[in-house]
Unconditional design. Structure first.
Length: 117
């Protein structure tokens, strides 16, 4: 089984140790603009969210924040509710990953830094 930047596959298990079962609708999403994961799922304002990469221009060109509206063994549905473009700092070419732990929030970006000899 191979995976690409334009497909999202979901698996489930009764425990983290498996056995893991593929979602019946895999790939549950096929869209180069929001399928590739960009960090852990997180709760925000009482809803479950999934950060994803917009790979339409390059891998991690921007990030989407998707609210998961339905997640079950039979269905998966999400909707984009925010974007993080790489335009917030000069020289950035992409935003790649978003993760949090407690009050610590980390955003991984891709930039261009010229090297001089």
């Amino acid at each position: 089984m191979s995976f690409s930047n334009d497909e999202l596959h979901v698996f489930y298990a009764d425990t983290p140790f498996g056995p893991w079962t593929a979602h019946r609708d895999n790939p549950v999403k096929s869209d180069v603009r929001s399928s590739r994961p960009a960090g852990r799922l997180f709760h925000w304002n009482g809803d479950l969210h999934r950060p994803s990469q917009d790979c339409s221009l390059r891998m991690g060109g921007a990030m989407c924040i998707n609210r998961i509206e339905e997640l079950s063994k039979k269905r998966f549905r999400e909707r984009e509710v925010a974007r993080i473009e790489p335009s917030w700092k000069r020289g950035l070419l992409g935003t790649h990953t978003l993760n949090s732990s407690g009050n610590l929030h980390v955003l991984d970006c891709f930039d261009y830094t010229p090297k001089f000899l």
